[in-house]
Write a protein that binds this ligand. Structure first.
Ligand code: BGC
Length: 680
């Protein structure tokens, strides 16, 4: 069975896309799938999880560390760079079984003579601070080869620069480059060591490059190794010393030993995470590749970071954590690695104060989680997220202010974890407080309608971002109801299992509103239900009165490919066309509360009206199709989901904060094996 993604030739137009596709990582750092000689123009990035910086008044974004694996060759004075040199062959490869990136390039160095350069690298699954590489050169004719290698401090940034006061040191063959971030003054240190058994070495002093020159003999293979370690002031008090030590220790252990341990850890990982599909190699490969994407970004050793919407593929989407994590990624980790699932939920516990600040900012009680969360939990989402292509002006969007479901998504995640693992220590470790603060937020957000005698949730944006500021979004109301219910259950559980903690916390909340109010609101909260005749659940109040237009017809009204369909004036705003699964997502989350008939009726109703403008959408249509026993409806949606990172296909809007870079999309939910098994 194939575990390799491969590019059989070099295509300069694919440099950015391949940077995403061939990425390696270990949850601490992500290393884009760029080639050894590339620099910041080719978007090389060593993106660090959880370390953010703000330059000037631009968006805060994750920090990219200098590239300790940088390597460029010259042969007889001629630079060997895939972008300019004459290539006879080129292969770029990613082994997703062991998370190893490889390239092999055959350069023409004179008439009929060649030089072959190979490079292999991995981001250690054992020591998360470590990158290791093995390189070879072999030529068919004697020639003079020069290798420039070291730490490339010219870092790619979208909103940088972020690293200042750079200090470059050479410490007995270890190059150490350190700098501090502009906003918070956090040190980022990279140490590099290279092991050559040939050639003459010259060092830049001060500098971060070494030059190895030698006369290469035809037919002989020259091999060398590099180890680069990254530490920041978030990790340790002396990042430079720690990085230097780690690079030295890696050199001592040697490449083969490091690789062996790394491979074993990946074997172990796959033994917990693999999903086998019989009889469909394409589906099998795509699913494994999607799982790989999740494994390389999973925070296995830290509960202070979560998974950004675009993983560690660079600074796109501000490195921000969205609801994507709880609603779309968490299920995978619950099934395969509950420790990671716990870390993800602990991140929300650690960022509770940011959520409290946001609630207070809007005049609400409790915790209103950030739509785009970074290190502190304060909202990184701006009020203007998209540009109007016609006027060039930024458009006011209400993602930050009105997607209140985020707090319910967090509660849903915590409860899923507790239910699934039986580990209720998460509640005692702060989970209960989060749940209750979110319930209090919703209590303060809701309106009581005295005529209808019910609580309503007005002025929100549901998952479908094309319809902003709507009333009683079915998804949002259903999740709020769940939050209230969980708040009461949590109280019950704590009362029984952790009575003294229960006592302490209930005193903290004794000023109210607390459980009494939550209970009343739960009993009287309005949640849109299926229509008795059509079985359709209206997405929000008066959705049915919007213009009915076929998706294809709406598309024919598009004047500019990049125009935004939502907002005040968007093409979809006044129609029933939705951006992404909304009611159907609710049916998936609460699959046991709805009959098959209801699920089917709503799938059939909403499916033609859904644009799938977010990759969080096709996966849900696939899951619900499988759930209602129609895997043939689901299969194309499944394949679209599972191949999205391989094809790099996704929608972009002008001025959207995703920049020009292709983005990683990943959504893995369980249910696929069942879906495909019933198809077979
Ligand atoms: C989607 C959101 C999602 C965000 C980050 C947007 O396009 O509409 O639901 O959270 O992307 O993935």
């Amino acid at each position: 069975m194939n575990w390799t993604v491969q590019e059989g030739h070099f295509d300069s137009s694919l440099v950015t896309a391949n940077g995403n596709k061939y990425m390696i990582g270990n949850g601490y750092l992500g290393y884009r799938g760029t080639l050894e000689e590339f620099g910041k123009e080719q978007l090389v990035a060593v993106t660090l999880a959880g370390l953010y910086d703000k330059a000037g008044d631009q968006w805060r974004e994750p920090v990219n560390a200098p590239n300790g694996l940088f390597t460029r060759l010259t042969c007889n004075g001629q630079p060997l760079d895939v972008l300019d040199a004459e290539l006879l062959a080129h292969i770029q490869e990613l082994d997703i079984r062991s998370a190893i990136h490889k390239r092999e390039t055959v350069y023409s160095i004179s008439e009929g003579e060649t030089l072959t350069f190979t490079a292999e690298r991995f981001a250690s699954a054992d020591n998360l601070h470590l990158l290791a590489g093995r390189f070879t050169v072999r030529c068919t004719q004697d020639c003079r080869v020069v290798i420039d290698t070291g730490i490339d401090g010219e870092v790619w940034d979208i909103n940088g620069p972020h690293l200042f006061s750079r200090l470059e040191q050479l410490k007995q063959n270890v190059l150490v480059s350190s700098a501090i971030t502009g906003e918070l003054g956090i040190t980022v240190a990279v140490a590099e060591t290279a092991v050559f058994s040939f050639g003459e070495q010259q060092m830049d002093t001060p500098g971060t490059m070494r030059r190895i020159s030698f006369d290469a003999l035809a037919g002989k293979t020259y091999e060398w190794f590099k180890y680069a370690a990254v530490y920041t002031g978030h990790d340790v008090s002396e990042p430079e010393a720690e990085a230097e030590m780690a690079a030295r220790a890696a050199e001592q252990l040697g490449y083969a030993g490091l690789l062996e341990t790394h491979r074993q850890l990946w074997e172990e990982r796959w033994s917990r995470s693999d999903v086998v599909i019989e009889g469909d190699d394409a589906a099998q490969f795509a699913l494994r590749y999607s799982i790989y994407q999740l494994l390389i970004i999973a925070p296995s050793e830290s509960e202070k970071v979560s998974i950004p919407a675009r993983g560690l593929s660079g600074q796109v989407y501000k490195g921000a954590v969205f609801w994507d994590t709880e609603m779309f990624m968490l299920p995978f980790f619950l099934h395969s690695d509950p420790r990671v699932a716990r870390n993800l939920m602990m991140y929300r516990i650690h960022t509770l104060n940011g959520a409290r600040r946001k609630a207070a900012e809007y005049g609400f009680l409790g915790a209103f989680y950030a739509w785009e969360s970074q290190d502190t939990g304060d909202d990184a989402c701006t009020l203007f997220n998209v540009n109007d292509v016609f006027t060039g002006r930024p458009m006011r969007t209400y993602f930050r202010d009105k997607q209140v479901h985020i707090s319910a998504d967090v509660v849903h995640g915590i409860w899923q974890y507790v239910q699934f693992t039986g580990d209720d220590s998460l509640l005692a470790d702060g989970g209960a407080e989060v749940i209750w603060e979110c319930a209090r937020f919703f209590y303060s957000y809701a309106y009581y309608n005295p005529v209808k005698q019910r609580y309503e949730i007005l002025d929100v944006t549901g998952p479908d971002e094309y319809h902003e500021r709507v009333n009683n979004n079915a998804f949002t109301n259903a999740l709020i109801k769940e939050t209230l219910d969980i708040a009461l259950r949590t109280a019950e559980l704590l009362r029984q299992k952790h009575p003294s903690l229960y006592q302490e916390l209930s005193e903290q909340f004794s000023g109210g509103p607390f459980l009494t109010e939550v209970k009343v609101m739960l009993e009287h909260l309005y949640v849109p239900q299926p229509d008795p005749d059509s079985l359709i659940i209206e997405q929000f109040d008066r959705y049915f009165s919007l213009e009915e237009v076929a998706l294809a017809d709406l598309k024919s009204r598009v004047l500019n490919k990049q125009e935004y369909w939502g907002g005040g004036n968007g093409l979809a705003t006044t129609t029933t066309i939705l951006k992404q699964a909304d009611v159907v997502l609710m049916l998936n989350l609460f699959k046991h509360s709805f009959t098959k008939e209801v699920k089917q009726a709503n799938w059939e109703f909403y499916e033609p009206r859904t644009e799938h403008g977010s990759s969080l959408s096709p996966c849900i249509y696939a899951l619900v199709a499988a759930d209602i026993g129609s895997p043939d409806w689901g299969y194309p949606y499944f394949m679209r989901t599972a191949t999205v990172d391989l094809t790099g296909e996704s929608k972009q809007y002008v001025g959207d904060f995703i920049s020009a870079a292709h983005i990683l999309r990943r959504t893995a939910g369980h249910g696929w094996p069942r879906c495909l098994a019933s198809r077979a």
